[in-house]
Design a protein around this ligand. Sequence first.
Ligand code: GH3
Ligand code: MG
Ligand code: MG
Ligand code: MG
Length: 298
Amino acid sequence: MSQETILIVDDVPQNLQVLGQVLSQEGYRVAVATNGVQALDVAARVQPDLILLDIMMPEMDGFEACRRFKELEDLANVPVIFLTARNSTEDVVTGFDAGAVDFISKPFINVELLARVKTQVRINNLMKELEQKNKELEEKAIHDDLTGLFNHGYMFEQLSYSQEVSRRYHKSLSVIMFDLDHFKEVNDTWGHQVGDTVLQKVSDIIKDTVRQVDIAGRYGGEEFMIVCPETSLENAQMLAERIREGIEQTDMHEKGLRVTISGGVAESHEDEPVEKLVNRADELLYKSKSEGRNRISH
Ligand code: GH3
Ligand code: MG
Ligand code: MG
Ligand code: MG
């Protein structure tokens, strides 16, 4: 049985009762309102799956109520069917212009009304499912599967955006690049799967250490990037050090496997292309490697 909620709006209590009964018998939950103003109120509260809307009502008529629904973020997508004694072509067109999906004239035929309601509820459910899938796909498109951090493409997008913002408001912006030390050896000794677990643990430490505004991503295989808005070189260096220490002190595997990372930190210069900023951080990372690893350079 359907468990969708249908909001019926009509100024005649008798109409509400008859219609309510027809819909309840079909398994729908029913909410009611007797004018447009009340309809907006009830709809906001019950978040209906469909609205059956009369036109001629005191306080606010159905056309106006429909237009208002379409302006509200959480109600805009709720299908509205006009159910009214008015049936001129002009009324029908005005109804669709106001955002309705269907228009039924009173007196209505029960089975036909139910068929129309059922159809719109089905379409609405499909739309909601699509919207949800779309959201999931969007999330997936910007994240790295293994670690849950942002992926390379998204990091570059965010870096460019953050740099624009920092330039406009004359704020500092710093970038941290990390690379795991001798990670090939970890794979060779412990196997690729343990290697993957290490990458996940390292990512968790990064996530737990950065601030809400920092954007942390997996830049490549065993390389990570953190974009730090409104952060000076010194503060970014301190954050990088905390992460480096956290990783150094963490058992990555039951058998006491420890890993270290090397890092490079660079602060954005006015008018410097993001690629150049990343290159500077990368060069500093390789300086850390050549100076013995498990350190951060800036
Ligand atoms: P260095 O300290 O100079 O960075 O040495 P390294 O061994 O870490 O550097 P190298 O670039 O030689 O090796 C990187 C290794 O990272 C090799 C590659 O197999 C491993 N790797 C990259 N991506 C993944 C992954 O997703 N999972 C696992 N398990 N290993 C990965
Ligand atoms: Mg009326
Ligand atoms: Mg590498
Ligand atoms: Mg490495």
